[in-house]
Design a protein around this ligand. Structure first.
Ligand code: HEC
Length: 187
């Protein structure tokens, strides 16, 4: 009897240890999401968001990453600011919402791409797996300049590659919620 009890308490202890030390499910635990960043993300989004079918936490966080730390607008919107709203000219910032992230800025031989939804409803015309690979490895799926090699140029993917997959997922989710923009000459 005493032995059985010992075995039972040992088993209980083992199950307890396994339970406590189980890997946290980082992706769905709200307590690990940066709620301040998410709230800021909603404040600074310069366009109306289509939230149908979107994860509100990821969209808000993605907005924060795109519109503050990412600086995507400064390269992927042409022009980035409306007349009279250019911070580089000492004017109060006003983003060009009509062309927001539609691409078309020239950097020597390279042109920034359209990041908004294509006709299949995919941001930059990319699946999430492609987007993740472009962000982490710099793969240019469009092969826009094969003479220069297979990697995206100018685009700061070497820095973005240190983001966590969850952050890159949030950026993708945010880009899925912004309006589609057509820029002449760009897909
Ligand atoms: C310094 C300028 C710059 C910044 C900042 C920048 N990009 Fe880019 N990005 C580019 C350029 C230029 C290209 C095209 C590169 C080429 O042709 O090799 C590009 C390409 C891309 C592509 C590949 C698209 C495709 O069709 O293959 C994606 C996706 C992308 N950028 C997303 C982003 C996002 C999201 C941000 C912000 C987190 C961002 N970029 C910030 C300049 C920039």
């Amino acid at each position: 009897m005493k032995r059985t009890l010992t075995i039972v308490s040992l088993l209980t202890l083992m199950i307890g240890v396994v339970w406590v030390s189980r890997p946290a499910k980082a992706d769905d635990s709200l307590s690990t999401l940066p709620l301040d960043d998410i709230a800021t993300g909603y404040k600074i989004a310069p366009v109306t968001l289509n939230m149908t079918g979107r994860d509100p936490f990821l969209v808000g966080w993605g907005s924060y990453l795109v519109n503050s730390v990412g600086g995507c607008n400064d390269c992927h919107t042409n022009p980035s600011y409306v007349n009279g709203g250019n911070p580089f000219m000492g004017q109060p910032k006003k983003i060009n919402a009509a062309g927001y992230l539609g691409g078309g800025q020239k950097f020597g031989p390279f042109t920034s791409r359209n990041l908004t939804l294509d006709s299949n409803g995919m941001p930059a015309g990319m699946t999430y797996d492609m987007f993740l690979e472009a962000f982490t490895k710099g793969t240019d799926f469009g092969k826009k300049h094969p003479q220069m090699g297979p990697l995206l140029q100018v685009m700061p993917w070497p820095a973005y590659s240190s983001m966590t997959p969850r952050q890159i997922r949030a950026i993708y989710e945010y880009l899925s919620a912004i309006p589609s923009v057509t820029v002449p000459g760009l897909p």
